[in-house]
Write a protein that binds this ligand. Structure first.
Ligand SMILES: Cc1cc2nc3c(=O)[nH]c(=O)nc-3n(C[C@H](O)[C@H](O)[C@H](O)COP(=O)(O)OP(=O)(O)OC[C@H]3O[C@@H](n4cnc5c(N)ncnc54)[C@H](O)[C@@H]3O)c2cc1C
Length: 819
């Protein structure tokens, strides 16, 4: 065994082997893979081999598409057959909301180029003659279906072997029966890997250990939020009806998914494989995989399977005539949101994760492709935020992950409403004034473990969402909150914001080198700053305030806490000239905004708040009521006169009570996240993670005024200069959408030109309650971005006319903000 490699991949499942294969494709051939027993011994050997292209995530959808394309060409490239049956994939709908879900998905599929068809019940019958269209209480009628002609199923072990062959022929080494037992950092900054066969040193390590992810993580001091859940499928004997159909010349049937009954069905040797996502499937191995498990399976649990078996028998009656040959019940890795963990680990240099795969056969190709790119190039080629391991934080306790993973598993087939908020593992992280806000009628949602009020139910209104793809029960109440903010004064609790304190003699120069804008040089100034990728894409957004000499307050999205903290920490100068502290939970934040906000705050502070004394985009450290050391920032995300009060957390109750006591005379009220979404859409404010991503540069995002090419060097500058020279391909647009009566754009809708060609995508959308207009923001090819251009947008399968309008359709001159 060689003892030094550039990269060592740990884990010989399909995901690890694909990562190895793709590293060699990127030209890194000094690479090895270590497997504790033999290749495919983890979950890979018993997977059902389905390759669903369907995925609501823009990122995961692209990874799956890459995989399916790769698997088709692998046999020719490697000489190893992979048994890819391109049968197509049929997802049935038996209700209108399910069709809405499919139509919403079609928007994403269109923007990433996945072929699909929406078909009628009669076409379902043609494609799948053994299925009943239904029409009874037990077997609801099929109302339509989504058909992917390009996917199907594959033999997972053969696929792994083909990838292995490809990797080895390029020079990669694979060591089986070699278990990794521990890690150490060497004095030269490499990783020493202790294995059952001796030590190996490597520059980079990739963990692709499937069900063992938590154990591997623990060896590195990482709490990896991947815990497997039991997953079963039934293998049936031969079906006489299927055999007769095939012998009569029928082609292999498409993989059938009856989403509303939560199961899939596919052919297997003239019989069937039936796989449900059941209620009550338990999480396993939260403390690690026991030694005895090895290649074992769990005993089958027929009782849990039964409701799905019965539903399948009603839809495909001939199933009743088949005997059950086997039940396969194995561990399937899950994460709280169901997406894998692909990318850098946090706090550790050159440690990479490719873990937490629940559709690992499907995602292996794409995840290996992007992770290899990330390792070799330093950055992935597509926006990977949705799968970045740092989208989670310290809050992923074992019990939280167990609850969430079990919930995610049983919800695989539920309708993924855009406003869905799942209840398990909540409330976990709350603002100090949670109870007070709760008593005001809050209807809660959760993000990054934090409870956030989405909207407020007035007295007598049920505090419950009726989730929908369309306007629904909270529409009117959200509208009232918007109007309160624009006409009186509203409070939003944004305590979850990520907050860092950066101090020291080198602080200013260091921050300036990380972002495209000029970091404020005067005490009390605020600058909106973007950290870019080397390719010039938008990585992070920071609101940077100069609090005092050598003292900056850096605020970013609540969900970016670990993502940003990890980035900043890794970039800190080694000479001690800059100190950084994460103070997210030691300061709270209330947004107090609206035309009456100045009058209200004036009653609680002696600091003069007039425009001369306290202009827009400045900050002061003031006293408010009894609270001291309050950073008052005259900025907000709703486009109103107002302040963000960032206060020492111990004053949360006092400040909240004081604001509402004094605010009564000004018509004060709470405002939730959904109203904020509507208000920011009216101002064309871009949201990090959806409208600002590594896929687009600040020039494409129309953020030119936050880029200072004339200042010194900063990350991404060269890429921006190149883009300016060659032409900016896409432009940010604000769209007014016409003729919408109940389904507003919400993001990920394709934009079409007059000839029907896709020329861009909406990244967000909402109803602008104060403007009374349906609005979207997003990106269009530069030649379609001029104000007045007529486009079309597809919302839930319907084309709507959309006009490019002036940015910030509400108050374009920012008069409210400067009032
Ligand atoms: C019943 C069932 C059906 C499924 N059906 C499908 C399907 O149809 N389609 C689909 O896309 N997905 C399916 N899956 C999921 C799929 O099996 C997994 O997502 C996929 O196999 C994960 O691959 P992996 O390489 O990440 O992990 P694994 O295949 O589990 O590989 C991890 C490897 O790491 C090794 N390892 C762990 N620790 C160490 C160590 N310390 N040192 C060295 N080696 C180590 C293990 O021995 C193992 O071989 C199914 C899963 C189950 C349980």
């Amino acid at each position: 065994m060689r003892t030094h490699f550039r990269v060592v991949v740990i884990g010989g499942g399909v995901v690890g082997v694909s990562t190895l294969y793709h590293l060699t494709k990127k030209g890194w051939t000094d690479v090895a893979l270590l497997e504790r027993t033999e290749l495919t011994a983890g979950s890979t050997w018993h997977a059902a081999g389905l390759l669903p292209l369907f995925n609501m995530s823009y990122t995961v959808g692209q990874l799956h598409k890459y995989s399916v394309d790769l698997y088709k060409r692998l046999p020719q490239e490697t000489g190893q057959d992979v048994s890819f049956h391109v049968t197509g994939n049929l997802r049935l709908a038996t209700c209108k909301e399910r069709m809405d879900e499919y139509q919403k998905y079609c928007g994403t599929a269109n923007t990433i180029g996945v072929p699909f068809e929406v078909i009628t019940p009669a076409q379902v019958k043609e494609l799948w003659p053994l299925a009943e269209i239904g029409g009874s209480a037990d077997t609801p009628a099929i109302v339509g279906a989504l058909y992917h002609p390009d996917d199907g199923h594959i033999a997972p072990a053969d696929l792994t072997m083909a990838l292995r062959k490809g990797a080895r022929s390029a020079g990669a080494e694979i060591y089986e029966q070699t278990e990794v037992l521990g890690f150490e950092r060497t004095s030269t900054g490499e990783w020493k890997i202790r294995t059952s066969k001796g030590d190996i040193t490597a520059e980079h390590i990739v963990c692709a250990t499937g069900n063992y992810a938590r154990q591997t993580g623990r060896m590195l001091g990482l709490n990896v939020p991947a815990i497997p859940v039991e997953h079963q499928y039934i293998v049936y004997d031969e079906s006489p009806e299927l055999k007769a159909y095939r012998q009569a010349g029928g082609r292999e049937l498409a993989v059938l998914r009856e989403s509303d009954k939560s199961y899939y069905l596919r052919e297997e040797r003239m019989g069937w494989i039936l796989g449900p996502y059941e209620k009550g499937a338990p999480a396993r191995f939260a403390d690690g995989v026991p030694d005895w498990f090895g290649r074992s399976l769990f005993p089958g649990d027929l009782e849990r399977l039964l409701p799905h078996v019965e539903a399948a028998q009603r839809r495909v009656p001939s199933l009743e005539n088949c005997g059950i040959k086997d039940i396969v019940n194995g561990p399937i890795s899950y994460t709280p949101d169901g997406s894998p963990l692909i990318g850098p680990a946090w706090n550790l240099p050159n440690v990479w994760l490719n873990e937490g795969h629940s559709f690992g056969i499907t995602a292996a190709g794409g995840s290996g492709w992007q992770l290899a790119e990330w390792i070799v190039e330093g950055e992935p080629g597509i926006d990977m935020l949705a799968v970045d391991p740092r989208r989670y934080g310290d809050y992923t306790s074992k019990r939280y992950v167990v609850k969430k993973n079990e919930e995610t598993y049983r919800n695989v087939f539920v309708i993924h409403f855009p406003d869905e908020e799942r209840p398990d593992g909540r409330p976990a992280k709350t603002s100090p004034v949670y109870d007070k806000i709760d008593r005001m009628g809050a209807v809660w949602g959760q993000r990054y473990g934090w409870e956030r009020a989405n909207w407020f139910a007035p007295p007598g209104v049920e505090r419950k969402d009726q989730w929908s793809f369309r306007r629904t029960n909270y529409f009117e109440h959200v509208g009232n909150e918007c109007r309160r903010m624009r006409e009186h004064v509203g409070v939003i609790d944004l305590t979850p914001f990520t907050k860092h304190e950066v101090t020291g003699p080198g602080a200013e120069a260091w921050l300036d080198g990380l972002v495209a804008n000029k970091v404020p040089t005067k005490i009390g100034r605020i600058a909106l700053c973007h950290a870019l990728t080397r390719r010039g894409g938008i990585r992070s957004e920071f609101t940077i305030t100069k609090i005092a000499d050598q003292h900056f307050y850096v605020v970013s999205a609540g969900a970016a806490e670990r993502y940003d903290a990890d980035y900043l920490r890794a970039a800190l100068p080694k000479d001690g000239s800059v100190a950084m502290r994460n103070i997210t939970t030691s300061r709270g934040c209330f947004v107090v905004a609206g035309p009456k906000s100045r009058d209200l705050l004036a009653k609680l502070t002696d600091a003069p708040l007039d425009n001369d004394s306290f202009p827009w985009l400045t900050s002061q450290t003031i006293e408010v009521g009894l609270a001291v050391d309050v950073y008052a920032l005259r900025v907000n995300f709703v486009g109103a006169l107002g302040w963000e009060l960032h206060f020492p957390i111990e004053y949360a109750h006092h400040l909240f009570d004081a604001l509402f006591e004094v605010g009564k005379q000004y018509g004060i009220g709470m405002v939730g996240m959904r109203a904020m979404e509507s208000l920011r859409m009216e101002k064309s404010y871009r949201m990090w993670g959806s409208d600002m991503t590594p896929d687009y540069t600040p020039f494409e995002a129309g953020l030119d005024r936050f880029v200072r090419l004339k200042k010194g060097a900063f990350i991404g500058k060269e890429a921006l200069e190149k883009q300016l020279a060659s032409g900016v391909p896409n432009k940010f647009v604000t769209l007014e959408v016409h003729g919408v009566t109940d389904a507003d754009p919400l993001g990920n809708e394709p934009l079409f030109d007059r000839s029907g060609k896709i020329i861009g995508r909406a990244t967000s959308g909402y109803y602008g309650h104060c403007l009374r207009k349906s609005l979207a923001i997003g990106y269009a090819k530069a030649e379609f971005a001029a104000v007045g251009t007529e486009l079309e947008i597809e919302i839930l399968g319907e084309r709507k006319k959309a006009t490019v309008v002036q940015e910030s359709p509400y108050d374009p001159d920012n008069k409210d903000l400067r009032a």
